[in-house]
Design a binder for this molecule. Structure first.
Ligand code: NAP
Length: 318
């Protein structure tokens, strides 16, 4: 089994930026694509807030460019995703697709978080065509349009409040008649005159015509009756799941499953294992913040492999 200096798991902006930096540091990183190559940005269309692209750039193009940039400096990409790891000894063992094992002196985990979806008919085929999971990324495209936000947590309140800057009409659809969101976030949304409420409604289907979203079919939980709320856009805001199951508890996470790093660098509780991007950041979740954290992780790995990295887990935020 070939031993690699560094293996990077995931190819979102964090993993690819880590790959660019690690490759330029002559660490010949092996980058494992993951089960959503390119990460969440490939699920959206135009990215208008990634610095350096004054006319915006397609999410898939941005990720292609980052990947080519990493390859240019010597990063090697591997299909598949990590199904398990053994971090109890060094070099670490990383098993891909339950069959092949890689060996690495250092590991960068950038496996991201996946937005939870409603899993109702019509939803998956309209992602990027009216169905979105990111108001910051896609809100602008709904200027003067009707929008629905699904969810009753803080994210849904925050996304809905943000989207009222653009949308002509906005309805929050939530499956219960009470919200999960904190009082302050609820009040902010409730005091926003642009927000209408469809509580105690279960989403059952996304309606579309000619590749445009036209409505959300919901069932009134009290009466059992169904109706269609017309809309041009649907923002699904029902939470994210960090992709950390494959770690099987070997790396410290918070109660939701996000990896906890040292607050001053990208170190995890295990010496030689670093984390970056949405898998350790449930708050900012932006392409640019993920890319920045990927840079930090690669610089930390470089120091670690030189024997110059001071591992101090006491500085974590746990
Ligand atoms: P969350 O608190 O888990 O809320 C998810 C919401 O989506 C819940 O209302 C849930 O309904 C609903 N939901 C889940 N699955 C659903 C389904 N299949 N169909 C319909 N609805 C579904 O997630 P979050 O809002 O993303 O927040 C995550 C964490 O980040 C929280 O701790 C939150 O406080 C924090 N956060 C903080 C801020 C802030 O302070 N600025 C902003 C965003 C997030 P039920 O209520 O019925 O379960």
């Amino acid at each position: 089994m070939a031993e690699h200096k560094v293996v990077i798991l995931g190819t979102g902006p964090a993993g690819l930026t880590a790959a660019i930096y690690a490759a330029r540091a002559n660490l010949s990183p092996i980058v494992v694509e993951g089960n959503e190559p390119g990460g969440q940005l490939t699920l959206t269309t135009e990215i208008e807030n990634f610095p350096g692209f004054s006319n915006g750039i397609l999410g898939s193009d941005l990720m292609d460019n980052m990947r080519k940039q990493a390859e240019r400096f010597g990063a090697t990409f591997r299909d598949g995703w990590a199904t398990s790891v053994d971090l109890s000894h060094r070099p670490f063992s990383i098993t891909l697709n339950e069959v092949e094992t890689l060996s690495a002196d250092a590991l960068i985990i950038s496996t991201g978080a996946s937005a939870k979806m409603l899993s109702i008919p019509g939803e998956s085929e309209m992602i990027g065509h009216g169905v979105s999971t990111c108001a910051t990324c896609d809100g602008f495209f709904f200027t003067k349009k009707r929008v629905i936000v699904v969810g009753g947590g803080d994210s849904a309140m925050e996304e809905a409040t943000f989207l009222t800057k653009f949308a002509s009409e906005l309805t929050i659809v939530h499956r219960r008649d009470t919200l999960r969101a904190s009082k302050v976030m609820q009040e902010r949304a409730r005091n926003n005159p642009k927000i209408q409420w469809a509580l105690d409604m279960t989403p059952i289907a996304v309606k579309s015509e000619n590749n445009h979203v036209t409505g959300l079919e919901v069932r009134d939980n009290k009466t059992g009756q169904t109706r269609i709320i017309e809309t041009d856009g649907l923002f699904v805001s029902i939470g994210h799941s960090p992709n950390t199951n494959f770690l099987n508890g070997q790396v410290a996470t918070d109660k939701v499953g996000y990896i906890v790093t040292n607050y001053r660098n990208s170190a995890t509780n295990i010496e030689g294992v670093f984390a970056c991007g949405d898998v350790m950041d449930s708050h900012y979740r932006q392409a640019v913040t993920a890319a920045g954290s990927g840079c930090r992780a690669a610089m930390d790995v470089e120091k670690y492999l030189e024997g110059a990295f001071v591992h101090d887990w006491s500085m974590s935020l746990t």
